[in-house]
Ligand binder design. Structure first.
Ligand SMILES: *[C@@H]1O[C@H](CO)[C@@H](O)[C@H](O)[C@H]1NC(C)=O
Ligand SMILES: *[C@@H]1O[C@H](CO)[C@@H](O)[C@H](O)[C@H]1NC(C)=O
Ligand SMILES: *[C@@H]1O[C@H](CO)[C@@H](O)[C@H](O)[C@H]1NC(C)=O
Ligand SMILES: *[C@@H]1O[C@H](CO)[C@@H](O)[C@H](O)[C@H]1NC(C)=O
Ligand SMILES: *[C@@H]1O[C@H](CO)[C@@H](O)[C@H](O)[C@H]1NC(C)=O
Ligand SMILES: *[C@@H]1O[C@H](CO)[C@@H](O)[C@H](O)[C@H]1NC(C)=O
Ligand SMILES: *[C@@H]1O[C@H](CO)[C@@H](O)[C@H](O)[C@H]1NC(C)=O
Length: 463
């Protein structure tokens, strides 16, 4: 009996390790940039109800890590961008971070990935870029010091680490980071058997060029549209594969064709601003359901350049997050609303048949908006902040605020909200073409209802 027992135990142990390592079921990104989100214990219940396999957070929030202790969810935590420079030169600091953020929760919480920073190349400057890999090495060393060997260290990169991505075989890392950041990073990832963590959003290249890129190709819906890479002859059936292979070829060019890719984020916005095309529930559901189907397929599908390679992944995101900055799409990537209800049906295990999903609202913005758009102050905006934004807008451009001076056509009603709305519209109409946005730290929003009245005409934007 005893001799039978031991091998059985070893066998099931091995099976659980390998299926955990290679499970194809996606995880979910649990971002917390909202002032209306459920508490961690409730959010963890919701993550389980989505049948996610893993969860990624953007810090090491102790309340969340505690709530995850009683689950089978594998967890990815993150070292904040702000302390990377200091950690890169100070082993004591790295040890302290691991001691206070990993050790108290490990191994009860199944921490498996530790990302050092979030999109460092996209969101910080050269001082942080060049500290990144040294910081990754120190964090790995700290984990070892505490006897923690199951946690892979990585960092998440966006597609802007590439300077060319088309055709995929032309994929090349940016020259300002290639030798000093990417090469040592790939060396580190190879040595530690870690992954290249990639944030990949076909939405953005499609939305910036919807006439040349087919929407169905971006949504994994195309049956007959293919792109052939003239360099390799490889045939692509969707934009996602094309983007992944561009990164693969960039790694290969530096001598690292063996590094595995981990999808750190992917998704599609379920809503956005009037000037943002294709951000709607129909497309978001279609993209996410299709990406789950692809990623959970057995055997693994991989990409044209790496057929059969598993692609572990996290979908972005758990919730719509109302405090994310930037264009409206940023606040609309959730699978769930903050109250926990589904934006659309989705099953991350990929097992629920599509016929069981409730019908989707038809997409209404898959073409650019054709009318005029204005930019106005949001209701209930902080008056101090609004005054500052008004002064800023008026200080930009040509005669931006002439019409709201005393006795001019838009002076009345003489209110802060009215004047700010005029100034925002006037500013945006002059600067949208050169990248100006209708956001003003959340004080402004787009509208298709003309605010003009009487002889006061508000400047507007047409796409
Ligand atoms: C980094 O270290 C410097 C020097 O010790 C210190 O002044 C600074 O506050 C630290 N930065 C952070 C973000 O901890
Ligand atoms: C390294 O970090 C530790 C812990 O925060 C701090 O006490 C020490 O002063 C730092 N060393 C240097 C050289 O900045
Ligand atoms: C390959 O990328 C380079 C830039 O790195 C670009 O100049 C060239 O046009 C690209 N080749 C093709 C076929 O697009
Ligand atoms: C793909 O098929 C659709 C529907 O059958 C057709 O309308 C479209 O023209 C085809 N596109 C190409 C590029 O063949
Ligand atoms: C949850 O929020 C969404 C979006 O605001 C709303 O449409 C839905 O009715 C809410 N559901 C519940 C149960 O309150
Ligand atoms: C309003 O905005 C000002 C300036 O940005 C800020 O200092 C203040 O804390 C804000 N007040 C509230 C209630 O948020
Ligand atoms: C302001 O006017 C100048 C001169 O006509 C022009 O060159 C500039 O582009 C204008 N600026 C904006 C923001 O329209």
């Amino acid at each position: 009996m005893a001799t039978l027992h031991v091998p059985l135990f070893v066998f099931s142990f091995l099976v659980s390790i390998s299926s955990a390592e290679f499970s194809s079921r996606p995880g979910v990104n649990y971002g917390q940039l909202g002032n209306n989100l459920p508490p961690p214990w409730k959010s963890v219940e919701l993550i389980k109800s989505l049948k996610a396999k893993r969860v990624k957070i953007y810090d090491a929030n102790p309340e969340i890590l505690k709530a995850l202790q009683k689950t089978n969810l594998q967890v990815s935590i993150m070292v904040p961008n702000e302390i990377i420079v200091n950690i890169s030169t100070n082993q004591t600091l790295a040890d302290q971070w691991v001691k206070s953020n990993v050790v108290p929760f490990y191994p009860k919480t199944l921490i498996r990935y530790l990302l050092v920073g979030n999109e460092i190349i996209s969101s910080t400057g050269p001082d942080v870029w060049f500290s990144l890999v040294p910081a990754m090495r120190r964090i790995k060393h700290s984990l070892k010091t505490y006897g923690i060997t199951k946690v892979k260290v990585g960092t998440s990169s966006a597609m802007d680490v590439l300077q060319s991505s088309f055709p995929p075989s032309n994929g090349t890392f940016r020259s300002d980071i290639s030798d000093r950041v990417m090469k040592p990073m790939l060396q580190f990832l190879r040595r530690t058997k870690s992954f290249f963590f990639l944030d990949v959003y076909p939405y953005f290249p499609w939305a910036s060029d919807p006439t040349n890129i087919n929407l169905d190709y971006a949504l994994f819906e195309s049956k007959n549209i293919t792109v052939t890479d003239s360099g390799t002859g490889l045939v692509y059936h969707n934009l996602f594969d094309q983007m992944l292979d561009a990164v693969y070829f960039a790694m290969k060019r530096l001598g690292y064709p063996d590094i595995r890719i981990y999808i750190a984020e992917t998704g599609w916005p379920n809503g956005g601003d009037f000037d943002q095309i294709g951000a709607n529930i129909y497309n978001a559901a279609t993209y996410n359901r299709n990406v789950v189907k692809k990623l959970t397929a057995k055997p693994a599908i991989g990409t044209p350049a790496r057929p059969g390679w598993p692609l572990p992944s996290f979908i972005f995101a758990l919730f719509n997050e109302n405090q994310k900055t930037g264009p409206g799409t940023e606040r609309h990537f959730g699978l769930l609303y903050p109250n926990g209800s589904h934006v659309y049906d989705i099953d991350l295990s990929g097992k629920r048949p599509e016929s069981e999903f409730k019908p989707l609202p038809p997409p209404e913005n898959n073409e650019p908006y054709k009318g005029k758009i204005w930019c106005v102050a949001v209701k209930g905006a902080n008056r101090t902040a609004l005054g500052g934004a008004l002064s800023y807008a008026c200080s930009q451009g040509n005669r931006t605020c002439d019409a709201i001076q005393p006795e001019k056509s838009c002076f009345k009603p003489d209110s802060l909200a009215w004047h700010a709305s005029y100034a925002f519209s006037s500013y945006w109409s002059q600067f949208r073409k050169s990248g100006g946005t209708c956001y003003f730290n959340g004080l402004a929003t787009q509208t298709i209802k003309d605010p003009s009245y009487g002889s006061c005409k508000f400047p507007s934007v047409r796409l």
